[in-house]
Ligand binder design. Sequence first.
Ligand SMILES: Nc1ncnc2c1ncn2[C@@H]1O[C@H](COP(=O)(O)OP(=O)(O)O)[C@@H](O)[C@H]1O
Ligand SMILES: [Mg+2]
Length: 247
Amino acid sequence: MSNFAKDSSAITVTNLIKTVVTQEGELTILKGINMDVKQGDSVAILGPSGSGKSTLLGLLAALDTPTSGEILLAGSALSGLNEEQKAALRKKKVSFIFQSFMLVDTLTALENVMLPAELAGVKDAKHKAQNMLERVGLSHRLTHLPKQLSGGEQQRVAIARAFICEPKVLFADEPTGNLDSVNGDKIADMLFALNQESDTTLVLVTHDLQLAKRCKRQFVMDSGQLTEAPNSQAHSANSPLLAEEVS
Ligand SMILES: Nc1ncnc2c1ncn2[C@@H]1O[C@H](COP(=O)(O)OP(=O)(O)O)[C@@H](O)[C@H]1O
Ligand SMILES: [Mg+2]
């Protein structure tokens, strides 16, 4: 149930700057980021370690506050929201997947997936969670604790959890970073299936060029500056930048 037109923006970033104070003085991590992501798009952010990718993702997901600049997320200007309003926006519109899965150790797979739905007051949270776990091929693992699951299975639980509240935008920080290539491919298949079916906007930070190439657009972060890769919009199969790095 979207009140956003197909070509409306999911995320608009204007001149975003993030400076932190360190023992060595001020460090500007993000140096004026601009980007505009349409609802339903899939976006990959590549770039070397330490270039600012996770910092950007945290800001976009309203988990952190910029030094200056503006972010419009699902129609809301983040600078105009207090912490409570940001939490409400995250709960309703945004999900996050981490490289390290971040499941609750003491909860079963089913309970982990139910959790955000229960927090959001969804009535049939259990039934929905069962359906989501079925979608990711884990019907036979409902009562397992995270430590009783493989890495790939844990990440599938994290995906089920991320999609249960039908987020407008899903942020994933190296979602396949801790998985072998077979499990990484499965996770990617699931992300894109859910992107297509639910029109969820995907923003993925990744070192995995195959995963990046499956996204509609590719950006590269370098020392706090973000640029869109050549041929990014043209579904990238022949992108010289990316093709070169894979071969
Ligand atoms: N709160 C912070 N205080 C000081 N330095 C930070 C802080 N957060 C990130 N950094 C530094 O900013 C740079 C970018 O970090 P990060 O966004 O995590 O990069 P990436 O995800 O691309 O590897 C790194 O050099 C990191 O050490
Ligand atoms: Mg990172």
